[in-house]
Ligand binder design. Structure first.
Ligand code: F6R
Ligand code: ZN
Length: 184
């Protein structure tokens, strides 16, 4: 029997994905209007600044029930005012869909928010594993000096609901205070 080579590769030290059905999305400051609290600091920065990128192995079409998607998110170091660079954050459109995240490189915080707005947080470090239950919004924040790389695996029919977060944000922010990150 022939044994073929895998069609996709992951560099386990960086999370980098290469091969078939790998795509990448880039999120610059100009795409993140309304996400950071300090509007003046946001407007003073170069809108082309890349805040985060997501590589995805999207073999399954989005929305396919029973399938899985796999990705690596890279959140770059930086701040808008006192607030660290972070992802938009979302609930899954199908609210009961869960997800795994795991830390690959860098130092971050994963914020979880329930539908009623209660926020909890876990520290993200190389080797940390995070289970995101259904009905829970999630956002990654880079509190380190280097890129924060985080792996993820989630159901292909989960979908993303960004509207809810755009409207009400997360009820806790991760800000720098006296040189150290604070969740408040
Ligand atoms: C997928 C997932 C991650 C995020 C990525 C970017 O369900 O949680 O792949 O999509 O970290 O964050 P958002 O989607 O919030 O911009
Ligand atoms: Zn998700």
């Amino acid at each position: 029997m022939e044994c073929s080579k895998a069609k996709v590769q992951i560099d386990t030290s960086t999370g980098k994905l290469t091969g078939e059905d790998v795509s990448k999305s880039t999120h610059q400051l100009k795409h993140l209007q309304g996400i950071f609290e300090d509007q003046a600091a946001y407007e003073a920065m170069n809108p082309e600044t890349i805040v985060y990128e997501v590589e995805m192995h999207d073999k399954e079409t989005l929305g396919t029930e029973g399938g899985l998607l796999f990705g690596t998110s890279y959140i770059y170091p930086g701040k808008v005012g006192k607030e660290y660079f972070m992802t938009k954050g979302h609930f899954h459109q199908k609210r009961n869909r869960a997800e795994y995240y795991w830390g690959i490189q860098g130092h971050g915080v994963l914020l979880f928010m329930s539908e009623t707005g209660e926020v909890t947080a876990e520290e993200v470090l190389p080797g940390s594993l995070h289970y995101i239950q259904g009905y829970t919004a999630h956002r990654l924040v880079n509190i380190g000096e280097d890129v924060l790389a985080v792996g993820a695996c989630w159901p292909s029919d989960a979908g993303h609901d960004y509207a809810d977060i755009l409207e009400r944000g997360f009820s806790k922010k991760v800000r720098e205070r006296n040189g150290v990150p604070f969740i408040e």
